[in-house]
Ligand binder design. Structure first.
Ligand code: ZN
Ligand code: ZN
Length: 147
């Protein structure tokens, strides 16, 4: 691995460890930019996370530029491909991010759901709170980052 890759890792970050395959977490997808795995505490029929290999803390650290836009669209593509393979008959898919202070882990992660939520009340964790933040759909974030 290139030296620049390790420079962008945060040693205490669990998602950085997962991205570098230094945990027992099964990766559903791995390439040089992103990895995907199952949410440890799934809230839906299928609930995957897609994260960048590079340590980026939150959506607030993304900017309106080609690099960030293509990273997020790649994350979304990976999530869509995985769910269409693993949950082809799902009633609905949903993709999005928690915005601080509502995020649980400070390493950017795309939540990918094949609905329904299980149990149903879990959906409250993923409500959009409008201008207050909360959960932001991947499409909306891409709109915001489009160069
Ligand atoms: Zn990290
Ligand atoms: Zn989250």
């Amino acid at each position: 691995m290139a030296a620049s890759t390790s420079a962008s890792a945060s040693p205490s970050c669990i998602f950085c460890q997962i991205a570098r395959s230094s945990t027992t977490t099964t990766l559903l997808h791995a390439d040089e930019k992103v990895v995907a795995f199952q949410d440890i505490n799934p809230s839906a029929f299928r609930h995957y996370l897609v994260i960048p290999v590079e340590h980026i803390a939150t959506v607030k650290d993304l900017q309106r530029r080609t690099e960030d836009y293509s990273l997020v669209s790649h994350m979304l593509n990976v999530g869509q491909t995985l769910l269409s393979q693993d949950a082809p008959t799902s009633i609905r898919y949903r993709f999005g991010f928690h915005q601080p202070p509502f995020n649980s882990v400070n390493h950017l992660h795309l939540h990918c759901f094949a609905l329904p939520y299980t149990p149903r009340w879990r959906k409250v964790k993923y409500l959009s709170l409008g201008p207050l933040g909360g959960f932001i759909e991947a499409d909306k974030l891409l709109e915001r980052l489009k160069p």
